[in-house]
Ligand binder design. Structure first.
Ligand code: UD1
Length: 317
């Protein structure tokens, strides 16, 4: 198996991918992470040919040095969050746009064969038709969405101009173990799960009928592994990385209350700026070209994730 490099490999999704690569017998996995939103603890307990480099993707020279010898790069490093990109647009742009540009420059400079990129479903914005298909026009509503879409365009140009094989995977609200619930910018399910375990009421922004295609992290890992192994004919494209379903925030909170056997009516607050109303992926293109279909239902992923948070919560109690 190849030598892989994962940017953002100490983050929630990146570290799950590192686990997947090691369990598939990768000959070497280099992790590049500045530990800004990632954590070294996410890689604890892993054994095998793992090489951690505390490098910021904004540092081109250090990034190119870390990338030497890698054949396939998974570019997961980013400053996520729609509201964060509105409150702190400069670092968000620097990492998400300039950092991605550096990853592509470095990849061609050191002879990487393929780059697989964590794009975002936010690129679609509010479209009148669901589910969202890759052929639809994009309509980014936030700096984050525009930055992630810019990355897709750069990958496509890099394949055309420099012969780098590229694949963009538009992630749809990924959740699962190790998603950090520690900030107001954290993914909503991580906030809901820690709230229910602590018997706190969450705040739902809007009327709670906002819907998302919540996608379990192991399905995103599976799709990335398929993208790495896919034939060249599958490259130069953008694929949805979603579950194909659609759950409202009210439904998600109701399911958690039912599982825990408690009644905790949520608080409702104003809709967040840049928020998309409804999101649901069409998964057909990924099935056709990457041969991946989602393996986990929302409830399976949710229950597994809740148990993980429960274990962490009990450890800290
Ligand atoms: C968006 C992208 C997602 C991307 C993520 C990165 C879309 C449809 N999705 O996620 O693909 O991975 O950015 O950050 O654009 N909310 C609450 N209460 C809270 C926190 C959030 O009600 O305490 C609401 C938000 O207002 C939003 C929904 O929950 O309506 C989901 O929010 P969040 O988990 O932050 O993700 P998105 O912004 O949807």
């Amino acid at each position: 198996m190849s030598h892989f490099l994962v940017t953002g490999g100490a983050g929630f999704i990146g570290s799950a991918l590192v686990r997947g690569l090691l369990s598939q017998g990768a000959s070497r996995v280099t992790v590049v992470d500045n530990l800004l939103t990632g954590h070294a603890r996410n890689l604890e307990g892993l054994s095998g040919p793992l090489d951690f480099r505390q490098v910021d993707i904004r540092d081109y020279a250090a990034l190119a040095a870390a990338m030497q010898g890698a054949e396939i790069v998974f570019h997961e490093a980013a400053i996520p969050s729609v509201p964060r990109s509105i409150h702190e647009p400069i670092p968000s742009h620097d990492v998400n746009v300039n950092g991605t540009f550096n990853v592509l420059r470095a990849a061609t400079a050191v002879g990487v064969r393929r780059v697989i990129y964590a794009a975002s479903s936010s690129a679609y914005g509010d479209t009148p038709v669901l589910p969202k298909v890759e052929s639809m026009p994009t309509n980014p509503k936030s700096p984050y969405a525009a930055q992630k879409l810019m990355g897709e365009y750069y990958l496509s140009c890099w394949q055309g101009c420099f012969g780098l094989e590229t694949i963009s995977l538009r992630y749809f609200n990924v959740f699962g173990p190790r998603q950090d619930p520690g900030s107001a910018y954290s993914g909503v399910l991580s906030l809901f799960m820690t709230a229910i375990l602590e018997r706190r009421t969450p705040t739902i922004f809007g009327d709670g009928e906002t819907s998302r295609d919540f996608t379990y992290v192991e399905d995103v890992v599976g799709l990335n592994l398929k993208a790495a192994a896919a034939p060249v004919s599958a490259c130069g494209r953008v694929y949805n990385a979603g579950n194909g379903g659609r759950i409202t925030l009210n439904e998600a909170w109701a399911m958690l209350q039912k599982i825990e056997g408690v009644s905790l009516p949520p608080n409702y607050g104003p809709v967040r700026a840049g928020d998309v109303r409804d999101s649901q992926s069409d998964t057909a293109l990924a099935v056709e070209y990457l041969k991946h279909s989602p393996q986990y239902t929302f409830e399976q992923g949710m229950r597994a994730t809740l148990e993980w948070y429960r274990g962490e919560w009990q450890k800290s109690a």
